[in-house]
Design a protein around this ligand. Sequence first.
Ligand code: SF4
Ligand code: FES
Length: 257
Amino acid sequence: MSTPTLEKQDQAPEPADATAAHTITVTFRIRRFNPEVAAESYWEDFQLDIDPKERVLDGLHKIKWDHDGTLTFRRSCAHGICGSDAMRINGRNRLACKTLIKDINPEKPITVEAIKGLTVLKDLVVDMDPFFQAYRDVMPFLITTGNEPTRERLQTAEDRERFDDTTKCILCAACTSSCPVFWNDGQYFGPAAIVNAHRFIFDSRDEGGEQRLEILNDRDGVWRCRTTFNCTDACPRGIEVTKAIQEVKRALITRRF
Ligand code: SF4
Ligand code: FES
């Protein structure tokens, strides 16, 4: 018996390829700077066909690989862990690897520039040395006295909870470089250094809290904070940065931590 055949108009339409990318055309407007070529920065536009579900970092890669290999930016993990690709995207500090194109209105040019308050070395790369110096200055490591214990240092779940939030920092500098106080005076320790001091000051196993508090009692320390909340808004890890700064201020006043 022959197999019945369907007339063409009776056949089901061919299923769309579910894996096919839907692309849109997006303009990336990037603030370029190359001190070897010109003293001033300038904006440069790049048109890309890109899936809106891709990230700003994917767009930057496309530009670098297909349009202009001189475009300079930092990135490493591409998954929000290393903290190396903080940049100002549409006027707000974000991680390029955690920012989806579709979430930042791709119908308008997407502006990308270096974070503020740190010297721009080239394009989107800033000099992070002052940022990391402030981090080192607060001694971000466990300080203890006495003999080495023969077993691990224990603490209760409640004690651990006191500094849980500030352990999440990835040192991306999004907070510090969104702070107007830091923009005006790069000597200010900045939110990220205070967050990392908080992480140890409130650790029940640590004995260096007083030293760190004295360091932050400096004219460039916590009292410079004007509680603008820019830092909390900018943090890609959702750390309550302003709250941590307030807790350090309170510990300085009460000497209880
Ligand atoms: S506190 Fe948040 S924004 Fe600031 S450096 Fe750490 S992860 Fe980045
Ligand atoms: S590349 Fe590592 S956090 Fe974005």
